[in-house]
Design a protein around this ligand. Sequence first.
Ligand code: OSB
Ligand code: MG
Length: 369
Amino acid sequence: MKLEKIELRHIKMELVSPFTTSMGTEYDEEHIIVRVDGEGLTGWGESVAEGTPFYSYETVTTAWHILSEFLIPAILGKNILNIDEAIALNAKVRGHMMAKAGLEAALWDLFAKSKNISLSKMLGGTRNKIDVGVSIGIQPSAAELIRKVEGYLADGYKRIKIKISPGNDIQFVSALRNQFADILLQVDANSAYELKDIDLFKQMDDYNLLLIEQPLGYEDIYDHSKLQRELKTPLCLDESIHSIDDTRAAIELGSCRVINIKPGRVGGFTESKLIHDYCASKNIPVWHGGMLESGIGRAGNVALASLPNFTLPGDISASKRYYKQDIVEPEFIVNKDGTMNVPSLPGIGVEVNLKMLEKVTVKKELFCK
Ligand code: OSB
Ligand code: MG
């Protein structure tokens, strides 16, 4: 496949409601859309680096720099036989997983289209529907949170995740559990706590949570192993896992019993598959995280989540839960039974709405050999 043209677009999309976490409040989402053209076909990917370096050190600006100065020049104009070749050409770039993942995703879409198969099929997916959940930001009151959860349960979502931060934690968990005794419920702290907060997590242990996501430091693996030893509830790592090596360390140390996979955080689908397969071999369930993606990134997430060891519902919600209008057609919807259909058309399986894409683009650059 000759990689003839690559285009980057910095996009900015307004969220339908602000999203508050222990890292702050987001009103709109900025990402980079990567378009790769070759042999009459077009591949699309999304780099989930955000406007701010609060979830990860990467930002739209750092990802743009790494893509335009290093990753794109290394592959542009080359005739590559497969995605591993493209990865090898950029293996010397350290870190910058989100920059790498955005470009790799566009190549996966392009190669799947060239083989005339769905991205799900090319990745090794085994189901045509996936179970989905919803991630809810910190709310002003327990009453407001309960109202939101009622709405999402009525939409069909199979699992509720709430964001927590010091001072906004146990009262929300307890209010939800009192109201909804049987729902699948989990919490995400985005690294807002320390080991000395262990008593809080021991209290949470009584609420039958599916898991507690990333309570401690965003690079920590060791302290999580100490916390996990004291709890019945599985810990799940998100921020701390950037590779298969991190995954092995976390599992062998007993730092968590579940892994959140986000291709952006680990450098792409190829590394995600390694993590998925390793976890399957260790009986560690995985689930697909989210970064408030547009439909382009979401399509890739849905395809990856169709692999067999994604046994817990993902943070993969309907387009309309995030944005008034998505940039793909058809938009992603949640079925009444809490599933989402895995696109079966070639590649990401949805069409990019070029008019909408243009509307949300704040900057673009075309790279040609
Ligand atoms: O920690 O999972 C997270 C969004 C942005 C950054 C980090 C996280 C999240 C979410 C949203 O929880 C999940 C989604 O896309 O629905
Ligand atoms: Mg998380």
